[in-house]
Design a protein around this ligand. Structure first.
Ligand code: TTP
Ligand code: MG
Length: 403
């Protein structure tokens, strides 16, 4: 499979935990590791298998199979009742790892999500997510990366378990042609059986059919089925939740070895995040910083403030302290700034008199108007100036600086 996706293309990752419930059981009970674990109610009764470990799959056991059949196939297996609260807890932790890497996350199920990471290298981010999940949660996930959702999902299905597969635009046709028609969303078992009678078994067979045939065979879905066979899918990743954080980051053209050289970037990122918050009429109580080193390891530092803030000055002063206290043992590849603990900017309680605004709030408000008008921050914190080639006035911390 190809190694890179064209820069202008979307980059989408589909993440799906491997044998999720069973893996959590194996993580929590080391004696179950390497053994067939079957999760479901009542081993000898009428309930069905929720899921089973890959060791149990070797015996032919699958999700939704009656537990009694599973028991017959593997009587020495470890049969466990589901512990939904525990799985929900691991699921939440897994989603917060993904949130480190993209604000655009669509949760599909308890263990599955799409991330839109357009503009970045999807493979690199998938590697980071896989690494963090194993290290922090003790289970594995499989990731599929492609330029659309449909292929990202097929890629992760093909790479299971504990895999990573990238399907670039140049690989898509070859990958799709070999698949059975049933792998195209919308082609269920009945339709697949009908197509089979007509000798249409693979996507390659399907692609040979003329455009009109698709509408006749699939009705209103004909056009979509044909587009999918050709590897076209424009469906966006639809974020499942309101933003819980706002972040901005910069990947340096060359790794940065001196801490001093990071301050201007920190100032610039602080301004960008604070600006976005003010635009959304929000303030943040938790400010943080992410540092990715040359070897892709990541350190995050954050601080909870007594009051929610939204001025450039409050952001930079806080984050500068965090950076001062952070050890940088290796050259830095990426610097990021994030804000969490978001609160609405409106006054918390009715006041007889409006509060006297902090002088920096007044400054920021007028600077935002300029920024909205001219597209770029015209006035920057003094510390950020060396990140900009030209232009712009500066704002120092003790007042508006020189132009
Ligand atoms: P899946 O992701 O479909 O399955 P999985 O994670 O167990 O295995 P893999 O992805 O490696 O193929 O489902 C996630 C969890 O949802 C699964 O661990 C248990 C639960 N589930 C059910 O309870 N019943 C079902 O029929 C299915 C398919 C899943
Ligand atoms: Mg799964």
């Amino acid at each position: 499979m190809g190694t890179s996706l064209r820069a202008a293309e979307r980059s989408i990752i589909h993440v799906d935990a491997d044998a999720f419930f069973a893996s959590v059981e194996q993580r929590d009970n080391p004696e179950y590791r390497g053994k067939p674990v079957i999760v479901g109610h009542d081993p000898k009764g009428r309930s069905v298998v929720s899921t089973c470990s890959y060791e149990a799959r070797a015996f032919g056991i699958r999700s939704a199979m009656p537990m009694s059949v599973a028991y017959r196939l593997c009587p020495h297996g470890i049969f466990i009742r589901p512990r939904m609260e525990r799985y929900a807890e691991v699921s939440r932790a897994m989603f917060s790892i993904m949130e480190r890497y993209s604000p655009i996350i669509e949760e599909v199920s308890i263990d599955e999500a799409y991330l839109d990471v357009s503009g970045e290298d999807g493979r690199e981010i998938a590697i980071c997510i896989k690494r963090d999940v194993v290290k922090e949660l003790g289970i594995t996930v499989t990731a599929g990366v492609s330029y659309c959702k449909f292929l990202a999902k097929l890629a992760s299905d093909a790479a299971k378990p504990d895999g990573l597969l990238v399907i670039g635009r140049n690989d898509a046709a070859a990958f799709l042609e070999g698949l059975p028609v049933s792998r195209i969303p919308g082609i269920g078992p009945k339709t697949a059986a009908k197509l089979d009678k007509w000798g249409i078994r693979s996507v390659c067979d399907l692609k040979k059919m003329p455009p009109e045939w698709f509408e006749a065979a699939f009705g209103e879905f004909g056009r979509r089925v044909r587009a999918l066979c050709e590897g076209h899918d424009d469906e966006p990743v639809a974020p499942s939740r309101e933003a819980k954080s706002v972040s901005e980051e910069t990947t340096f053209a060359e790794d940065v070895s001196s801490k001093a050289a990071l301050y201007p970037h920190l100032a610039s990122l602080s301004q960008d995040v604070a600006f976005r918050l003010r635009r959304s009429r929000l303030r943040a109580k938790v400010l943080g910083m992410k540092v990715k080193f040359a070897d892709f390891s990541v350190t995050t530092r954050e601080v909870t403030l007594p009051e929610a803030v939204s001025t450039d000055q409050a952001f930079y002063t806080t984050l500068k302290l965090l950076l001062e206290r952070t050890r940088l043992p290796k050259p830095v590849r990426l610097l990021g700034v994030f804000a969490r603990g978001l609160e609405s900017d409106s006054p918390r309680q009715p006041l007889l008199l409006p509060p006297a605004p902090d002088q920096w709030e007044v400054v920021c408000r007028s600077l935002d108007q300029l920024r909205m008008k001219y597209g770029k921050p015209l006035v920057r914190l003094g510390a950020s100036i060396s990140t900009e080639g030209t232009g712009g006035a500066s704002a120092g911390f003790d007042g508006i600086g020189k132009s």
